[in-house]
Structure formats: C-alpha cells, structure tokens
Design a protein around this ligand. Structure first.
Ligand code: MMA
Ligand code: CA
Length: 259
C-alpha cells in the first residue's frame, strides 16, 4: 500500500476543528494535521507504508490531541452512565425495601385481604389507607357488624380475636355513619361499660366525654345495667344501658392500616 494513495483521500476537519488528513489505514483512522503534512517529504509520500513513518505520524501531537478528546468524551459518557445506573439501582433498592416493609406489616395482621384507597395527600410517606375486606371505612377507622348475639364480654372477645375492639363513638357523624347500616329492630353492644358507681369507660381507654354522649332520653337508668347498646327508639338512634349478660349483636372497630 502507498501512503500517497492513502493521503489522496482528502482534507477534512478534525473534531477539534483543525485541518487534518484522514488516513484510512488497516483498522483505524489516523488524523495528520497540516503542519505534519508539510514536514513529510515526497519520499515519504511515495514509499511503501514504512513503520518509521507510521511512528512519526503516531507520535505527532495531533494524534495525542485527537485521543485526548476521545478520552474526555468517553470519560463523560462513562460518568453519565454511572450516574444513571446508580439512580436506577437506588430506585430499585427503595422499591424493594418498601415491598419488604409492606410484606412485614401484612404478615403481622390476621386478615387475609385488605381493601385500600389512595390518600389525597401526596406529601405523606404512606399513601394507602386500608380496611380488612368486608369492613366499612369511616374517617380513620374500619367497622364490622357482628350479627351473632352474645354477652358484652363475649362480643368484646370476638372483636379482640379480629385485632379490633367494640366500637367507640366520639361524634354524631361517626354514630350516624354506622347506624345507617344497622337493623332498627336490634340493639348493638358498643365499647362502653360501667367500671362501678356509674364510672363510664371506653374499651380503648379514650376518655369518656360527657359532652359527646348520645344517651336516649331517660338513659342511663339502672345501676345494675353496666353495659351499653346503641338502638333505635322513636325515630332516633341512641344509647341505652343494659345488663352485661344479655345477648346482643355488636359492632367492632379497628384503626385503618396505612401502607
Ligand atoms: C328496658 C331496658 C332498659 C331500658 C328500658 C327503657 C324495661 O327495661 O332496655 O335498659 O332503659 O327498657 O324503657
Ligand atoms: Ca337502660
């Protein structure tokens, strides 16, 4: 192969914007700049491609500059790839940790299925609020009506076995929400009982607030009635104290599960 023939391929601009000559050699492109071209004599041009010339070309600064440019772009490319890869890895790790966390929470619960709704607030870390399947969600709690009749103690134990407790009522809205779903001919135990001497206690230990009670007119009326039901009387739902061993339906309540 003659260098002269190779060099006739023509001038073009290098990546640095300098006038270089493209030598399409055996396996790669070599750029020779004009300064070097002028230094090459005619014997160089017409000779067979001599190893000495190749050495001359390769050692010239334009070659080094050329490879430096490529090394820099390669480094930037590699750095960008590394950053992207790291972001992907961190994201995957976060998703997997969250998956393990949710799995652990669900394992702790004795419910087989949850029904979840997405929270409106996007600043919150936990975005799903869930109730066990067939429980009714209201505000921050879930409610379940037990249709089997039992004593107050048995009813509370039934709720406990489901990780819940008898319903605690702290507002008219809460009472209205649940009573809308109840049978007006039945009475339902709630989580309120007399600890003795008319000391009313909620099962979840929240304070008994006199101003947020919904007793029927004339109730509570008997000291020996130490448990409370909610029932429908004269077009309104309200509370009635009853004996604790009477068999009644009941309503259980549990806090929503946040995932
Ligand atoms: C029943 C019983 C009481 C309630 C009265 C109201 C007769 O007793 O349910 O707890 O206070 O009815 O009349
Ligand atoms: Ca009563």
């Amino acid at each position: 192969m003659f260098l002269g023939a190779i060099l006739r391929k023509g001038w073009h601009k290098s990546s640095e914007g300098r006038a270089c000559f493209l030598l399409n050699t055996f396996s790669e492109n070599i750029y020779i700049n004009k300064n070097l071209m002028n230094k090459l004599d005619s014997s160089d041009m017409d000779a067979d491609f001599p190893p000495a010339l190749l050495k001359k070309i390769m050692s010239h600064e334009s070659c080094h500059r050329f490879s430096k440019v490529h090394l820099t772009s390669f480094t930037i490319y590699f750095l960008l790839l590394t950053i992207l890869f790291s972001i992907a890895l961190i994201t995957l790790f976060k998703i997997y940790s969250r998956f393990l966390e949710v799995k652990a929470i669900i394992k702790e619960l004795n419910y087989t299925e949850l029904e979840c709704t997405k929270q409106h607030s996007f600043l919150e870390y936990k975005v799903w609020s869930c109730c066990p399947k067939d429980w009714k969600p209201f505000s921050s709690h879930c409610y379940f009506t037990v249709s089997d009749s039992a004593s107050w103690r048995e009813s509370e134990e039934k709720c406990s076995s489901m990780g819940a407790h008898l319903m605690v009522i702290h507002s008219q809205e809460e009472q209205d929400f649940i009573t809308k779903t109840l049978d007006p001919k039945a009475a339902y135990y709630i989580g309120l009982s007399d600890a003795g001497h008319r000391q009313w206690r909620w099962v979840d230990q929240t304070p008994y607030n006199e101003s947020a009670t919904f007793w029927h007119q004339g109730e509570p009326n008997f000291d020996h009635e130490q448990c409370v039901t909610v029932n429908h009387r004269k077009s309104d739902w309200g509370w009635n104290d009853v004996t604790c061993n009477g068999k009644q339906k009941s309503v259980c309540q549990v806090k929503k599960i946040y995932l």
